[in-house]
Design a protein around this ligand. Structure first.
Ligand code: GLN
Length: 501
């Protein structure tokens, strides 16, 4: 255990922050800015005294709430999100607000209009996104945990890129009150953490029904207990086979209208790079060695995941972002001819290109006469995807579950490790980044919990995998990963320093 002197901690944060720029706002100078947990508290489930970071699309009173956007750069949150309030009630405190892709739209955090965040493992690479700031802050050891949001993978993918744990809870398990909405029916507040035990404590603190969010709910009585001492008992884990993935990719390509180049890019973008494939195989071997039974499964509807996700997400985004008009929220232009002109100018100046693209796409799929062709069709696909997961995992309504085949499903998180920015030629185009969401967006479409965790390092960069579970079975996923972590502790970047037990 290193020295815990406040100056040491502050200097540590400052040094890292110069390298990675994970925070949009950090309140380090305050008198309380010091981790007060002593090594003796290691057994404690408590979070008292621990600093944590919050993605800058989740409200914390008195802190910024920029959502990574020029439009909201000056906004100071007038209230605190329920999840943050619950964490503060345990004695944990907010160190600062972290960078993100504008409104959560992206996979690199480079879509932030505020700043660029670098990966702590290699600062020439992205931290992933959209919760890249939160993932980088945890990976660097600036905070032991952070909150992010996951609409289509935004907690799990940056967790994978940065070598930390990323939990996307079941839809409704955590209140979304105070989360700035991107695609309300898909998203969750999620957790980035240094250890499985920590992730469990944070989830225990923030979950549950909240009168301020009508979609939130308590776990059903039949759901596995979060502290049920079931740790790591043998489970049946469905493995999404490489053949199933390959089949899905070909079908994805066949469904894309456009030049052959576009098809190739989509297939290529979703194909696992060799190092990720090797990490996935390693996870299988290790889980089997821990006594679990692995069975190959197929998810035929997987191939429709990305088109359905982007149809629904952009449709909801176009409605949710309509509130940002420069009148109620946002920077108001100095001159305008009339109210419409004012709104036009505020949005033109305030939104970045990715956000504009998605609003346009969303209004396109929702325009009258075409809803059947796009939006309603995507909703039907979404039901199909949900059903295929339920067939494997059992129904979300525990009582009526037919005999499920699997306790969890092992999947890749993202086809690549952290990518670069083009200077070295190793980047991913915005189109390829979307096609690569294939593995993460299904959990959001189906409303299921998914836990991403690091398995290996390749070329100095972390590789992660994820386990998906039945609705409200976070405990099972955490048990599985906790046993895994005991056998194979998670890696840390050079210069990492553990300030917390
Ligand atoms: N990469 C996905 C997107 O750009 C996921 C984003 C998210 O989960 N917020 O929409």
């Amino acid at each position: 255990m290193a020295s815990r002197a406040p100056e040491t901690y502050r200097a540590y944060c400052t040094q890292w922050e110069e390298q990675i720029r994970a925070f949009i706002e950090m309140k380090l100078a305050s008198d309380t800015a010091f981790p007060v947990v002593s090594p003796g508290d290691a057994q404690a489930k408590g979070l008292a005294g621990l600093p944590f970071a919050v993605k800058d699309n989740i409200a914390v009173q008195g802190f910024s709430l920029s959502c990574g956007s020029k439009l909201l750069e000056d906004l100071c949150a007038p209230y605190t999100a329920t999840a943050v309030r619950k964490l503060e009630a345990t004695g944990a405190w907010v160190l600062g607000k972290t960078n993100l892709d504008e409104f959560g739209m992206g996979s690199s955090t480079d879509n932030s209009a505020i700043q660029r965040t670098n990966n702590p493992w290699d600062t020439s690479r992205v931290a992933g996104g959209s919760s890249g700031g939160s993932a980088a802050a945890v990976a660097a050891g600036i905070v032991p945990f952070a909150l992010g949001s996951d609409t289509g993978g935004s907690v799990r993918q940056p967790a994978s890129f940065c070598g930390v744990l990323g939990l996307k809870p079941s839809y409704g398990a955590v209140s979304r009150y105070g989360l700035v909405a991107y695609a309300s029916s898909l998203e969750n507040i999620g957790i980035l953490a240094d250890t499985t035990a920590r992730c469990r404590s944070v989830f225990a603190a923030i979950r549950g029904k909240d009168p301020l969010d009508q979609t939130s709910q308590d776990a059903p009585a039949e759901a596995p207990l979060l502290y049920g001492h079931d740790s790591g008992g043998p489970k049946v884990i469905g493995v999404l086979s490489a053949e199933a993935i390959a089949k899905a990719l070909v079908a994805v390509a066949a469904g894309i209208e456009g030049s052959p180049g576009t098809k190739e890019t989509a297939v290529q973008a979703a194909s696992l790079e060799r190092e990720v494939q090797q990490g996935f195989e390693l996870a299988k071997t290790r889980l089997a060695a821990l006594g679990h039974r692995l069975v190959e499964v197929e998810i035929p509807s997987l191939k429709y995941g990305v088109p359905a996700y982007y149809t629904i997400a952009t449709a909801e985004a176009s409605a949710n972002l309509a509130r940002f008009d420069g009148v109620r929220y946002g920077r108001r232009p100095l001159e305008a001819e009339n109210p419409e002109d004012l709104i036009d100018k505020a949005r033109e100046a305030g939104f970045g290109p990715e956000v504009k693209l998605r609003i346009l796409l969303g209004t396109f799929v929702l325009r009258s006469g075409f809803q059947d062709r796009y939006y309603l069709r995507a909703q039907r696909i979404r039901m199909g995807i949900r059903r295929s997961f339920e067939e494997l995992l059992g129904s979300a309504e525990y009582g009526i579950s037919a005999s499920p085949h699997c306790d969890a499903i092992l999947m890749p998180v993202f086809p690549t490790r952290a990518f670069g920015r083009g200077d070295a030629g190793e980047t991913l185009s915005p189109f390829a980044q979307k096609a690569a969401d294939l593995y993460t967006c299904c959990a959001n479409l189906a409303g299921l919990p998914a836990l991403a965790f690091p398995v290996s390092l390749a070329g100095g960069l972390p590789v992660g995998v994820q386990l998906l579970g039945r609705a409200f079975s976070e405990a099972t996923l955490l048990d599985l990963v906790e046993a895994y972590e005991q056998a194979h502790p998670f890696p840390h970047p050079a210069a990492y320093h553990a300030f917390w037990p």
